[in-house]
Design a protein around this ligand. Structure first.
Ligand code: C2E
Ligand code: MG
Ligand code: MG
Ligand code: MG
Length: 277
């Protein structure tokens, strides 16, 4: 096979690999100072109850702007922050910021609004993860039922029993747990059995070409049915069109999130959205 590919291709391949590594190392270097330099902020993306048309909460999404690198996508920097474990401090900052913000929204007259925060598996394996969450709730005065932790099936790549135990403690205290990107990666139905989750988030990949694509239609309907049979709330991610929304409403999906409703917005735009819906 290598004979067929030829020498030139390998040279290009190596050069690409080299520059990718150099880029990662550069990002890694800047990430280490980013919290101290105040380079992060959160944006918030609305989640709407499809049946009532009301916004019930927001997902907090991390944004990083570095003076030298510009804006860097979380898809790129989060895996690097996980490797260097800086995600532990960044993730804590994100949870404090998100909970503080939601407490303020409650005080402004929206006492039922929820906040979802993405959690890295690196954070969850920390000894003090449960204490950290509970301390943040206490310090910000946010009641546990208004916080949702978004986790992914990647926790099953770690030794997951201690993680499940921690999630069970948090769930028993009222914190919500969402399984993000459901249907992708290493997804297995046994995770639904083992995890104390309250919410299933169907990955955008299944929602993208609804309602035209037969296979995605079948899979989405089946995922909604499984979620409901398990007593879970079901969210569709990445809803971009009216047709998708109408289809999901017809098929009893509970919540939708996506550009059709709103892109992730800065905190000063959140109230306007709440007033509108
Ligand atoms: P995710 O948690 O699955 O978040 C959904 C992603 O889809 C977000 O990308 C969001 O901006 C994007 N999105 C939402 N609606 C639409 C839509 O209608 N169309 C399209 N094309 N995209 C849509 P984003 O903000 O770039 O985040 C990417 C991923 O980075 C997130 O995926 C999550 O896994 C991770 N992430 C973001 N913030 C955090 C954080 O604070 N902590 C951790 N550990 N991970 C985070
Ligand atoms: Mg998420
Ligand atoms: Mg997702
Ligand atoms: Mg995702």
């Amino acid at each position: 096979r290598s004979k067929k590919v030829g020498k030139g291709v390998f040279t290009i391949y190596n050069r690409t690999m080299h520059s990718e590594l150099a880029e990662r190392m550069n990002i890694d270097k800047h990430l280490r100072n980013a919290l101290d330099q105040d380079e992060f902020l959160l944006q918030y993306q609305a989640q709407m109850n499809v049946q009532t048309g009301r916004i019930i909460g927001f997902e907090a999404l991390l944004r990083w702007h570095n003076p030298e690198l510009g804006r860097v996508s979380p898809m790129l920097f989060i895996p690097i922050a996980e490797d260097s474990r800086t995600i532990i401090a960044i993730g804590k900052w994100a949870m404090i910021t998100a909970c503080t913000f939601m407490r303020r929204i409650h005080e402004r007259g929206y006492p039922d609004c929820r906040i979802s925060v993405n959690i890295s598996v690196i954070q969850m394996v920390q000894e003090d993860f449960v204490t950290m969450v509970l301390d943040i709730l206490e310090d910000t005065g946010l009641a546990p039922q208004y916080l949702e932790l978004e986790i992914t099936e990647s926790i099953f790549m770690e030794s997951y029993e201690p993680i499940i135990h921690k999630l069970e403690i948090l769930r028993s205290l009222g914190v919500r747990i969402a399984l993000d990107d459901f249907g992708t990666g290493y997804s297995s139905l046994s995770y639904l059995k083992q995890l104390p989750i309250s919410t299933l988030k169907i990955d955008k990949g299944f929602i993208d070409n609804l309602p035209e694509e037969d296979k995605n239609r079948s899979l989405t309907e089946a995922m909604i049915a499984i979620g409901h049979k398990m007593g879970l709330e079901v969210v569709a991610e990445g809803v971009e069109s009216y047709n998708q929304l109408a289809y999901l409403k017809d098929h009893s999906c509970d919540l939708v999130q996506g550009y059709f409703l709103s892109k992730p917005v800065d905190e000063d735009e959140v109230e306007a959205l709440l007033l509108r819906y």
